[in-house]
Design a protein around this ligand. Structure first.
Ligand code: GRF
Length: 218
């Protein structure tokens, strides 16, 4: 049943926004309690803004280049986000490192998606790094955000087998397809009140999730 009080979600992005699209499609096609009330980008040319507009979602651009430093930008970003009164804030390809003040302000209601099986391959170029290391498995992760870059308690991971003939692009395509499954899943859990950040880690239905988060093998 749809929840009587929706879970207001704000999405931050800098690029294509295919994860945003997966979230929009999931919310429209299911009885999710989530409701995306705004999409915010630091780049006015982010295609994700077009996806949001097409879905009737309010959009905002806050260009970090107009601010003298990270702290000032983050303070303005927080004010903008808070004006939407979100229950949940999602990083969906938001290419900015966030200050400690920002992360602490949204503790327990800030999720990120990352294209690797964390804690492996934090940062960029994850697909090439997995290939270079000769890994047989790669994947993606959704996690609560803490002050450690791409750290924080894991919620769900999808494992993607690496093929012998994979290129970084072919591997990225299969990982991306899994991102579009696990981010909506995590958001549904949170919006329905099943997922929360506890003192020892991510809790699903009041059970502490394993260090990997909920593991999905594809
Ligand atoms: C994804 O690979 C996500 O894991 C990373 O940024 C990328 C965003 O892709 N954090 P898109 O803009 O959602 O297509």
């Amino acid at each position: 049943m749809p929840n009587a009080s929706p879970c207001n979600v704000v999405v931050l992005l800098s690029g294509s926004g295919s994860n945003l699209q997966a979230l929009i499609d999931d919310i429209q096609g299911s009885e999710s309690a989530a409701r995306i009330c705004a999409v915010i980008s630091n780049r006015s040319d982010a295609f994700g803004l077009e996806r949001a507009k097409a879905a009737g979602i309010a959009t905002h651009v806050l260009d970090h280049k107009n601010f003298p430093d990270r702290e000032t930008f983050d303070a303005a970003l927080m004010a903008l986000i808070d004006s939407c009164q979100p229950h949940l804030v999602l990083l969906a390809g938001f290419m900015r490192i966030l200050s400690g003040a920002f992360v602490r302000h949204y503790e327990g209601r800030l999720l990120n998606i990352h294209p690797s099986l964390l804690p492996k391959y934090k940062g960029l170029h994850t697909h090439q790094r997995a290939l270079d290391a000769g890994d047989s498995e790669h994947g993606c992760s959704v996690h609560f955000v803490t002050e450690e870059l791409d750290g924080g308690p894991l919620v769900v991971q999808a494992v993607v087998p690496v093929r012998v003939d994979d290129t970084a692009q072919s591997l990225a395509n299969r990982v991306h397809a899994q991102e579009h499954q696990i981010y909506p899943l995590a958001v549904r859990w949170f919006a329905n009140g099943d997922l929360r950040l506890g003192s020892e880690g991510a809790m699903l239905n009041e059970q502490l999730l394993p260090a990997t988060g909920h593991l999905i093998r594809t």
